[in-house]
Ligand binder design. Structure first.
Ligand SMILES: NC(=O)c1ccc[n+]([C@@H]2O[C@H](COP(=O)([O-])OP(=O)(O)OC[C@H]3O[C@@H](n4cnc5c(N)ncnc54)[C@H](O)[C@@H]3O)[C@@H](O)[C@H]2O)c1
Length: 274
């Protein structure tokens, strides 16, 4: 391309003829991501452990349902065997949304819940990258859903979850390095607080309003806010972006910088909050 060449930007969001696997496609961010990819022309293998959800999203997006527990190596093997046979041994992308917190503290975490937390957040991403990569074509994209909890230190009930999300972010960066020679990109979308069905069930409106007051853009995210960023990173629009963790948090991360800025004026020995 010469300095004067101007590409056609709009078609870069089209994914016609491309094939994606979405893990956790049944509701919330995964559901919106499957719709976003399908609306741009992609065919989607809609993976969920809940059979009714897998079937519903596949029907709504004219995709292919696949019932699997992504924490199982055998099931992930089955997912990519199915993708290979449905899409002719080639794949243009993987989106992995699964990630549930076990909600235990330093005092209450036992070995099995710590291990379970890592299986629920990062183990399946490793399995999906390892077993999905051989099918990915040059130009393909892997997008993992991380969390701002993985980028900023979190204790309390988020301790294990935040540790696992931090590992997920790092896994993405390392895999981005390993897969770059094949022109396969690996990125993370890190949501801040988001109004997913699971969190809507667990919290009342008072909670959402109080949280909104802490977010510079004045509201929690929606699953479609997160899916939009996933679509961008999955598309040829992001063809030169790999190994990044993209916050989608309404600016909440800006606020996280405030304690660090203050500590800069304190003596070096003062305990900092960050
Ligand atoms: N809601 C937030 O505020 C927030 C903030 C930061 C990060 N996140 C991240 O967003 C993602 C969650 O998105 P969501 O709430 O839309 O998803 P969710 O928890 O509702 O799950 C999405 C789908 O995944 C399926 N699923 C769960 N476990 C599975 C398994 N083992 N195998 C296969 N399918 C499984 C569920 O049945 C569901 O249909 C997670 O990675 C979470 O860590 C959320």
């Amino acid at each position: 391309m010469t300095r004067q060449d101007i590409p056609e930007f709009a078609p870069m969001l089209r994914l016609d003829g491309k094939a994606f696997v979405v893990l956790g496609a049944g509701q919330g961010i995964g559901e919106q991501s499957a719709h976003a990819l399908a609306q741009c022309g992609a065919r989607v293998l809609c993976v969920d452990s809940n059979e009714a959800r897998a079937r519903a999203i596949a029907e709504a997006t004219r995709g292919v349902p696949c019932v699997a527990d992504v924490t199982s190596r055998a099931d992930i093997q089955k997912v990519f065997a199915m993708a290979a046979s449905e899409f002719g041994n080639r794949l243009d992308g993987i989106v992995d949304v699964v990630g549930i917190g076990v909600g235990k503290t330093l005092e209450t975490l036992d070995d099995s819940s710590w291990q379970r937390q890592f299986d629920l957040v990062v183990g399946h991403a490793f399995l999906a990258i390892q077993m999905g990569a051989p099918l990915l074509v040059p130009g393909a994209s892997i997008v993992l859903v991380g969390s701002m909890a993985g980028s900023w230190v979190r204790g309390g009930e988020l301790l294990a979850y935040a540790s696992a999300k931090a590992a997920l972010h790092h896994l993405a960066r390392g895999a981005a390095q390993d897969l770059a020679p094949r022109r396969i990109r690996v990125n993370v979308v890190a949501p801040g607080l988001t109004r997913t069905p699971r969190l809507l069930d667990a919290n009342d409106e008072e909670f959402w309003q109080s949280q909104a007051a802490e977010i510079p853009l004045g509201r929690a995210g929606s699953p479609s806010d997160i899916a939009s960023a996933i679509l961008f990173l999955a598309s040829p629009m992001a063809t030169h972006i790999t190994g990044v963790v993209l916050p989608v948090d309404g600016g909440a991360g800006i606020g996280m910088l405030r304690p660090m800025a203050k500590s800069a004026s304190r003596p070096a020995t003062a305990p900092g909050r960050s």
